[in-house]
Design a protein around this ligand. Sequence first.
Ligand SMILES: Nc1ncnc2c1ncn2[C@@H]1O[C@H](COP(=O)(O)OP(=O)(O)OP(=O)(O)O)[C@@H](O)[C@H]1O
Ligand SMILES: [Mg+2]
Length: 388
Amino acid sequence: MTFTSTLQKDAIKIMLLGSGELGKEVAIEAQRLGVEVIAVDKYENAPAHLVANRSYAINMQDESAILEIIEKEQPTYILPEVEAISISALFEAEARGFHVIPNAEAVNKTMNRKNIRVFASQELGLTTSKFEFVTTLEGLKSAGENIGFPCVIKPVMSSSGHGQSIAKTPADIAQSWEIAKEARGDASELIVEEFIPFDYEITLLTVRNETGTVFCDAIGHIQKDGDFILSWQPMSMSDKALAKAKDIAKAVTDGLGGRGIFGVEFFVKDDEVYFSELSPRPHDTGMVTLITQSQSQFALHIRAVLGLPLDYTTYGAGACGAYKASNESDNPTLQVPDSAFSHNSFVRVFGKPHSHKGRRMAVSLVLSDDVEEAKQKALDIVANISDS
Ligand SMILES: Nc1ncnc2c1ncn2[C@@H]1O[C@H](COP(=O)(O)OP(=O)(O)OP(=O)(O)O)[C@@H](O)[C@H]1O
Ligand SMILES: [Mg+2]
């Protein structure tokens, strides 16, 4: 294997399609290896724009706008970092010989809950919650009866909990129908899922390239309104449940193929493991690896993309708390207490140019021998941050 940095004539260039806080850390890891970074997003001064060699603000659903930049820049690797993206542009780029990470079909399958459910349950035979797809209010009512209550209703394309709701009884169905319209992606089709009363949920970061597949320690997390507020690593779980999760993650990621990191989400009840969904890219709950691992999920992603070995070591237990803005502002500033910066803790501030209530602006990161202590300190730091 040869690794060539930008000092060479045939330099490696990556293009990030999506430039949020996850893309920013990917960009930094690429820069550290002398790889040129082109960052693209729908607005200017997005987090990864701040650390890229060049950046673009375009409509990410516009196939020709994306292809134009790809042709102009001729990236070695294209890394989709958000779900809301023109999938036809990725298929066309691949057809023209560009290398999409992990590959356009994997992005296509994972961006749509229907595609990934059908793939996981029918093609791979994995255990998931019961589910049905509907396109009308009438269909939603009968799916609720079939699946049973409570059930979870989600647009097939959306992220961060947008458009999602739980119907506790048939009387909630009409309201769930209205909520689904808030979806960022495509709300014309909905999935109705059996509600799993899980003991806990995890993200299993799974990294693959031709050198093999590597798992990070399981990450536990708490979600509120469809967004994580706290994640930690390792999540203590039975050997049996962990082994099942690894088997499923291996099967799904092998099925999708390609190079890169995947955030595979599971619900765990006793020793039963339910596959939920996955990201073919770093995962927001995986930001905890910025402090727990010698190679974070971002560094591992870049190594995977470049075809490099995926070894790393773990420093200890850790936790990550999400700080969400309390205000709308066109010039947001964060007030972070000095106590956030200690021998075993720090914050990452994303540098987003605009804030609105609930928007993730920063994370706290804490390393400790004791995961409960790390969780508490990560929450304490976040509780002492404010924004204006
Ligand atoms: N069938 C279910 N049973 C119980 N809880 C669920 C179920 N589906 C979703 N949830 C809860 O809602 C959260 C968000 O759901 P999900 O991961 O499907 O969508 P999302 O988070 O909007 O997608 P993304 O991870 O791309 O942002 C889950 O992490 C889980 O806490
Ligand atoms: Mg999720």
